[in-house]
Design a protein around this ligand. Structure first.
Ligand code: PBG
Length: 325
């Protein structure tokens, strides 16, 4: 039946009606806040390409975690900026490293907060690649062992979830095996399964000081045009034992968030990455759009596409906005 019988505007007439008819609802529980942990005390070093984001020493990380948890956000994901970098990223499995200490402190002082750790070597290697470099490329199998060491160190420190973001083949299985052998069968894995070689990571590389010193990441991160391959990547990670899978970035890949959710129905995270954050922030600062509205619209779209969890630098502000604060 058509117009004039059908008048969709009837259900949009007032805010109350719109509230009743809303199909997708964001909640603070949907969000995970990424944090950058650096050495030192009382350090708060703003990231110029990400206004509102800063590298923080452990003490300030704890304060930020406390505020974020109070706003209703249940989880943070930690990235480390180590004092020392070398060819194999040995600082990544230093039990006394920045991330490891931050896990312990957050767990002690904000006990309800779920702590996720990013497992990758690019922040820890002097060449900035996500693994061991042999003949100008990252050696997959030699890297697995190092990712395992890093994951075990995070698990020992008390991480609830480890999140490998390196895109080596077989890393989820290798990490699951090692965790189980060491008695960490309750440490969950959130796999960056369909992670694309994206221009939208630009600002993050300043934040994490992790830009590759030569070449790029296209031999391990996915080629942006590939959707079927993303489905295979997710399937392999589920088979290897991933508890949560991820699509990253979020906005240019909403179709894949949808496909992964439809195809597998497993817990799904989407990473609203640094470039997606900075675009909105920059436009907001310039007065080119309403930053709050743009943020909520984007986060809602990611959830509507099928994401259960959204990693976003807007987590705290968005949670406060939802609470009307
Ligand atoms: C580490 C890693 C990156 C991001 C998350 N983990 C950068 C990269 O792969 O170059 C990007 C996050 C963001 O842009 O917000 N490999």
């Amino acid at each position: 039946m058509a117009f004039p019988v059908n008048r969709p505007r009837r259900l949009r007439r007032t805010e109350t009606m719109r509230r009743m008819m809303r199909e997708t609802r964001l909640a603070p529980e949907d969000f995970i806040l990424p944090l950058f942990v650096c050495p030192g005390r009382d350090v708060m070093k703003p990231v110029s390409s990400m206004p509102g984001v800063a590298q923080m020493s452990v003490d300030n990380i704890v304060a930020e975690a406390r505020e974020t948890y109070a706003a209703g956000v249940p989880a943070v994901i930690l990235f480390g900026i180590p004092e020392h970098k070398d060819a194999t990223g040995t600082s990544a499995w230093n039990d006394d490293g920045e991330v490891q200490r931050a896990i312990g402190e957050i767990k002690e002082r904000v006990p309800g907060m779920a702590v996720i750790t990013d497992v990758c070597l690019c922040e820890y290697t002097d060449h900035g690649h996500c693994g061991v470099v042999e003949n100008g490329d990252v050696d997959n199998d030699a890297t697995l062992e190092l990712l395992v060491r890093e994951s075990l160190s995070h698990a020992r420190a008390g991480a609830d979830i480890v999140a490998p973001s390196d895109m080596m083949d077989g890393r989820v299985g290798a990490i699951r095996d090692a965790l189980d052998q060491e008695g960490f069968h309750n440490t969950a894995i959130m796999a960056y399964s369909a992670k694309f070689a994206s221009a939208f990571y630009g600002p993050f590389r300043e934040a994490a000081e992790s830009a590759p010193q030569f070449g790029d990441r296209r031999s391990y991160q996915m080629d942006p045009p590939n959707g079927d391959e993303a489905i295979r990547e997710v399937m392999y990670d589920i088979e290897e034992g991933a508890d949560i899978v991820m699509v990253k970035p979020a906005l240019p890949y909403l179709d894949l968030i949808w496909r992964v959710k439809q195809e597998f129905g497993v817990p799904l995270a989407a990473y609203n990455v640094s470039g997606e954050y900075s675009m909105i922030r920059a436009a907001g600062i310039n007065g080119w759009l309403d930053e709050k509205r743009a943020t909520m619209e984007v986060l809602t779209a990611i959830k509507r596409a099928g994401a259960d969890l959204i990693l976003t630098y807007f987590a705290k502000e968005a949670a406060r906005e939802l609470a009307g604060k």
